[in-house]
Write a protein that binds this ligand. Structure first.
Ligand code: SF4
Length: 704
């Protein structure tokens, strides 16, 4: 049976897969030994892809409701798109283009992101185009741009085999990026005395099992820890003075701030001992090559950009960047969250890491799209939460949602549901129905999913992989890009959306990246298919791609130097108090992905992890009268959830953990996002999903 090369549609590790297709259906998935992200390894989520592709709840044809209180009914594509197009025209005519918003997803291919962003920002005239990457990587993108001059993780997976110090902070890599973790573990086990692993996390996870040093810090205290580590390195003369002088600016201002973070002060802020902070700093500072990995634990915070900045300060001050084995390395959550950033899939961006606010950037994109000068609005659009707040307030009237389930994944679900109820028009493109979000749709459009369409995705190490179409989508489902192109033509922009397929869209986008930090003008579908995956920048067809950024010590800032930016510790927005004495942190479990629309339907995965489980520290459990296996009611200022408890010492006292995968469709009180809050980072606009105050109450047996 022939096997087809493609990419895993789940996490940002971006593992290459070999897929067997029989009688038009995917029958087997395994790792691709030739793919440089995983060399044949693969985790359970990918192995169990076949049963989730053809489920009874696949959306097979468009549906439409005539009125809000009418049921959804099957409609032909032409009618559904004409209805959606007419309603969009009416809303724009009555309220202006900013009354329309798009909310997309890191599940989309680069081509899909690009055409949708082009339609919204170039032709409909609104920058209200944001994505679920805002919940995921916005703080990392903002941190890189602030310190290094441009977004883009500088390191590569090949550095896993070269590093002698791994600093894992705000990431449970073993569960959330399992194949990346496997490479780290292999490196550690091959040279246990030579390689040090530091893990900073309020929970003791399987990631922490590998650690030489586990730092169970208080949620939200990452900046205090990172500043204190830099303080120790400065005090003990473990900085790279030559790199600091030649390649960075801002050391004096940074020094003045980190001088105020001796380990003793940081100990009181983080709950760690001064000794463990000093030990961690020395391990990092004495490393030949140090690699820091992080994910949502730093990003999902009202101070997420500052936390990223503090990591980058540490690496810049020690010269741990641009060398084999060394670098700051954010791990993306989704398979193409990176592609979203590259195509301008965030409300303040245009393709090629260009800023909406930059007149020269707008002019370049307008020329590429054949638009008159001034066609692109100079106002950055609404970020994810602002879209839903705008809908709830009546300032945004229409939302077009693609490949994501915000009524399960956003914080403060009551607000999101209110927003979707109050909207004049909700259009949802999805592969499945019902989901928590599709039940609010006025127009529901069936989308093809992996592997029913072709396109390109970028993984965490900037590597572009081509995904071929391997099977037909069910019923009348279409690729998201084709849906957008049909809509654009319906709206009258046929000439600007002439594409015959994804390859043409890719070429148009790749040409627009020429000369930008994420230059992939040298890539094409054909080249990626023939030569295999490539890391950007890849500026010419004969360019081999770039393993790591900033190897020459030059940064894309006005001075060519990286910027050291002083940042201060900030308490979480909602610290625990007498009424809500614990901090709830949310996250993923190994067997599930996002809001269960796929993994919840894989029998093996669902059987292994059927329900959300609340992790509680044994002292907190005793105070709440809870024992292992009891059902607890978890209450925050916004709502309630119910879950069975796992009581242990593996989580820091004062902190509890609940996975976020279960939405209200699985059971109203199973949803962690009944509890979370919409506070967000002022720069990245990423919400603080990792810390809100809760209290626990034991429920009678059975959770009633
Ligand atoms: Fe897919 Fe991520 Fe698992 Fe790799 S580690 S197989 S990309 S889910």
């Amino acid at each position: 049976m022939p096997e087809h090369r493609t990419l895993c549609p789940y996490c940002g590790v971006g593992c290459g897969l070999l897929v067997e297709v029989r009688d038009g259906a995917v029958t087997r998935v395994k790792g691709d030994p030739a793919h440089p992200a995983n060399f044949g390894d693969v985790c359970a989520k990918a192995v169990h892809l076949p049963p989730v592709l053809r489920t009874a709840d696949r959306l097979r044809y468009p549906m439409l409701r005539a009125r809000r209180d009418a049921p959804l009914a099957r409609a032909p594509w032409e009618l559904a798109l004409r209805h959606a197009g007419d309603r969009l025209r009416e809303i724009v005519a009555a309220h202006g283009p900013d009354a329309v918003a798009f909310y997309a997803s890191g599940q989309l291919t680069t081509e899909e992101y690009y055409v949708a962003s082009k339609l919204a920002k170039g032709f409909l005239g609104t920058n209200n185009f944001d994505t679920n990457s805002r919940l995921c990587m916005a703080s990392a993108a903002a941190g890189y741009a602030r310190s290094l001059g441009a977004d883009g993780p500088p390191a590569a997976y090949a550095d896993f085999e070269r590093a002698d110090c791994f600093f894992l902070i705000g990431t449970n890599t073993a569960d959330c990026h399992p194949i990346a973790f496997k490479r780290i573990r292999r490196r550690k086990l091959a040279a246990p005395a030579e390689v040090t692993v530091l893990v900073a996390d309020p929970r003791w996870t399987e990631t922490a099992d590998l650690a030489d040093l586990h730092l169970p810090l208080r949620p939200g205290s990452d900046v205090a820890l990172l500043n204190a580590m830099l303080h120790v390195l400065w005090r003990e003369d473990l900085l790279d003075r030559r790199f600091l002088a030649a390649r960075t600016s801002g050391w004096e201002a940074l020094r003045a701030v980190i001088a105020r973070y001796p380990p003793e002060r940081a100990a009181s802020l983080t709950g760690l001992s001064p000794e463990i902070i000093v030990a961690a700093a020395r391990s990092f500072g004495r490393a030949r090559a140090a690699l820091t990995l992080w994910a949502m634990g730093l990003n999902q915070s009202h101070a997420g950009t500052d936390k990223n900045t503090a990591v980058l300060n540490l690496h810049l001050a020690t010269g741990q960047i641009g060398r084999p084995g060394a670098g700051p390395f954010s791990l993306t959550g989704q398979p193409n969250a990176m592609g979203g950033r590259e195509t301008g899939g965030l409300a303040h961006l245009l393709p090629g890491y260009r800023a909406v606010a930059d007149p020269a950037a707008r002019a370049a994109v307008e020329r590429h799209w054949g638009l008159p000068a001034g066609a692109i609005s100079p106002r950055p659009g609404r970020s994810a939460l602002e879209i839903f707040e705008g809908l709830a307030a009546g300032e945004v009237r229409a939302v077009w949602i693609m490949a994501t389930n915000p009524a399960a994944s956003m914080p403060d679900l009551d607000l999101v549901e209110k927003a979707l109820r109050q909207a004049d028009l909700v259009v949802v493109q999805d592969a499945y129905h019902p989901t928590e979000t599709t039940r609010f749709a006025d127009v529901l459009l069936p989308a093809a999913q992996w592997p029913e369409k072709d396109g390109v995705m970028t993984n965490s190490e900037r590597r572009l992989t081509y995904l071929p179409k391997l099977v037909e989508p069910p019923g009348e489902a279409l690729p998201d890009a084709e849906i957008v192109v049909r809509l654009a033509r319906e709206l009258g922009w046929k000439d600007a959306f002439p594409y015959e397929g994804a390859a043409e869209i890719f070429d148009e986008f790749a040409a627009l990246t020429a000369g930008t930090p994420c230059d992939y003008a040298g890539a094409s579908h054909e080249r990626l298919r023939d030569e295999g995956p490539l890391q950007w920048p890849v500026p010419a067809p004969d360019h081999p791609g770039t393993a790591r950024l900033y190897a020459d010590g030059r940064f894309p800032t006005a001075t060519g130097r990286a910027r050291l930016v002083p940042v201060e510790h900030n308490e979480p927005v909602e610290p625990p108090d007498a009424a809500f004495p614990l901090t709830l942190t949310t996250g993923r479990v190994r067997d599930h992905w996002h809001t269960l629309t796929r993994t919840g339907k894989a029998p093996a995965l669902a059987a292994r992890t059927p329900e959300p489980v609340l992790e509680v520290n044994l002292h907190d459990a005793r105070r709440a009268g809870l024992q292992d296996g009891d059902f607890a009611e978890i209450t925050s200022r916004r709502g309630k959830a119910i879950a069975q408890c796992r009581v242990s010492a593996a989580i820091r006292e004062g902190t509890c953990f609940l996975p976020f995968h279960w939405g209200r469709q699985a059971g109203f009180y199973k949803s962690a996002n009944n509890l979370t809050l919409g506070a967000r980072d002022p720069i990245s606009q990423q919400p603080e999903l990792k810390a809100c105050a809760v209290r626990l109450r034991r429920l009678p047996e059975g959770g009633a």
